[in-house]
Design a protein around this ligand. Structure first.
Ligand code: NAD
Ligand code: ZN
Length: 255
């Protein structure tokens, strides 16, 4: 397979074909070929002046709720307007043949829209909103402006009038209860782990591949770039998600 030596291809195909339970750890690179930028890629238009890693924080929210809200409203609109890519679709097809548990850091819903069951959204979801004060889930209307705007007031909680916040995990916040433990449980039962499109910089998610390896589970990285995880995995496949995953899965599934 492209990007691998014949020996590496054989090793990966053997393990993938024999695996009864696969865990996929996905990050922003998984959705890049759908048109959702990663945090390390330059943003375009209105938002190019802002560093996403500075907007996705409790401090940014405290300092300027309308700015942070407008950015999330824009990202929600962006994700609604794109489609799962061939990588998402390949994982969904594999999931109909074997048990494929998806543990994602992504806040988009592209795995679900491709037909996969997502075991854990470690960093929450762009579609989930809650009250910043009483934590009640909010399912009222969300305005997504047709043109990006720099500031937009968040809706108010119907119960306590506090601001509604995105249901995502910001840098420095705790993961949703149960999500990390659920991911660890799945990794310990896995026969193969694929780490797709994550920079390995955001903890605690970045520690998951090592937990798997510590239990003797083979770990394969699918990423066009070297990452801090590369040195610790069994195989680094330098290929993009939408090219590599269909190449692998097509070899596993009989037409
Ligand atoms: N789609 C989304 O939901 C989305 C988008 C941006 C950021 N985020 C958030 O960003 C945080 C940052 O961590 P992260 O590690 O997920 O992302 P990251 O932005 O830190 O790193 C992205 C990684 O993907 C790789 N990559 C780029 N294009 C790729 C492709 N086509 N195929 C495979 N790999 C590719 C890059 O080399 C890089 O290593 C997470 O908390 C996540 O919630 C999510
Ligand atoms: Zn409230």
């Amino acid at each position: 397979m492209r990007g691998l030596s014949p020996r590496e291809s054989e090793w990966l195909l053997d393990r993938a074909a024999a695996a009864r339970r696969v865990v996929v750890l996905s990050g922003a690179g998984m959705s890049a070929e759908s048109g959702v930028p990663t945090f390390r890629q330059a943003q375009t238009g209105l938002w190019e002046r802002f560093d996403p890693t500075m907007l996705a924080t409790p401090d940014a929210w405290e300092a300027d709720r309308p700015l942070v809200w407008a950015w999330y409203a824009w990202r929600l609109g962006l994700v609604r307007g794109v489609h799962p890519n061939a990588g998402h679709t390949a994982l969904a097809a594999w999931g109909r043949k074997a048990r494929v548990d998806i543990v994602t850091q992504n806040v988009d819903d592209l795995h679900e829209r491709a037909g996969s069951q997502v075991l854990a959204h470690l960093h929450g979801s762009l579609r989930a909103f809650r009250c910043e004060a009483c934590a009640a889930p909010y399912d009222g209307p969300i305005e997504v402006p047709a043109e990006p705007v720099e500031r937009l007031d968040p809706p108010r909680c119907p119960d306590c009038r506090a601001a509604i916040r995105p249901g995502v995990v910001w840098f420095g916040e705790m993961l949703p209860s149960g999500a990390f433990d659920g991911a660890v449980d799945a990794l310990l039962e896995a026969d193969l782990v694929l780490v797709v499109g994550t920079s390995g910089l955001v903890h605690p998610a970045a520690g998951l591949p090592d937990i798997a390896r510590g239990h003797g589970v083979p770990v394969v990285e699918v990423n066009p770039q070297e990452t801090p995880l590369s040195a610790g995995v069994d195989l680094s496949w330098r290929i993009t998600a939408a090219v590599g995953l269909p190449t692998l899965v097509d070899r596993l599934i009989e037409p």
